[in-house]
Write a protein that binds this ligand. Structure first.
Ligand code: URA
Length: 229
């Protein structure tokens, strides 16, 4: 990670203060003064600020039940940010591994570990996301096989990856996908002549939503490890 990011993660300094300290020659990495804040460092490096060794704070892994009418952004925009529900320090260091639309509810995973969230969001890792979908009209018989084979969404070059459709009732289904294109679930049903009227994420990988709306908890070590492959 960048040197300035490491120092932000290991002190209570602001971004501006971090850059000032680095530019003033107060920081050394493995015995050498480094004055460029963009230099790459590793957590295992010996990084000193005015002679005192720094240690990055432990990574955090959080599960939250996103309410409707909130956004997965670090700042409030038209809708309030989901981060308003988190009572933790250094919220600006956190990001969401796989965002949901403002009107979508359900499971979001929140972390400050970019390598970990990469395993969740990168399609080649094939991490399963399960959505409960309410539809405007009864599901057609051929949709499960179309989704299994992959469909071409408007504006895309490649077919969607194989997705699993389970029918709960004529207008309610469970859809499991392993990628996260922009508005993917809504676009998939639109491509087969239907419309999503409610969307709720129930699971990501082996982690299932088990807290009430607006509530959150830290993941267990086992849950964290289940995404580290
Ligand atoms: N697909 C969508 O269309 N919206 C979401 O919020 C998540 C997946």
């Amino acid at each position: 990670m960048r040197l300035d990011k490491f120092i932000l993660k290991s002190t209570e300094l602001t971004k501006i203060e971090v850059v000032q300290r680095i530019n003033a020659g107060q920081v050394s990495v493995n015995g050498h003064v480094v004055e460029n804040e963009a230099n790459q460092v590793h957590e295992s490096n010996t990084i000193l600020l005015n002679g005192a060794q720094l240690k990055a704070r432990d990574f955090r892994y959080i599960l939250m039940h996103k309410p409707a009418g909130t956004i997965c952004s670090n700042i409030d925009e038209v809708y309030p940010s989901v981060f308003n529900y988190l009572e933790v320090e250094h919220v600006s260091e956190l990001h969401i591994a796989g965002r949901l639309d403002a009107d979508t509810t359900g499971l979001v995973l929140i972390t400050d570990d970019g390598r970990w969230s990469f395993n969740i969001t990168t399609p080649t890792k094939e991490c399963r996301k399960v959505y409960r979908v309410g539809l405007s009209r009864p599901i057609a018989e051929d949709v499960a096989s179309k989704f299994q084979q992959g469909i071409l969404l408007q504006g895309e070059q490649k077919l969607t990856r194989p997705a699993k459709l389970e029918i709960v009732s004529p207008q309610e289904v469970l859809l499991t996908i392993t990628e996260g294109k922009f508005h993917q679930v809504k676009r998939m049903f639109s491509a087969v002549g239907n419309r999503v009227v409610s969307l709720h994420r129930e699971a990501i990988g082996a982690v299932c939503l088990d807290v009430d709306v607006g509530q959150w908890r830290y993941l267990t070590d086992l849950e964290v490890q289940s995404f580290s492959n």
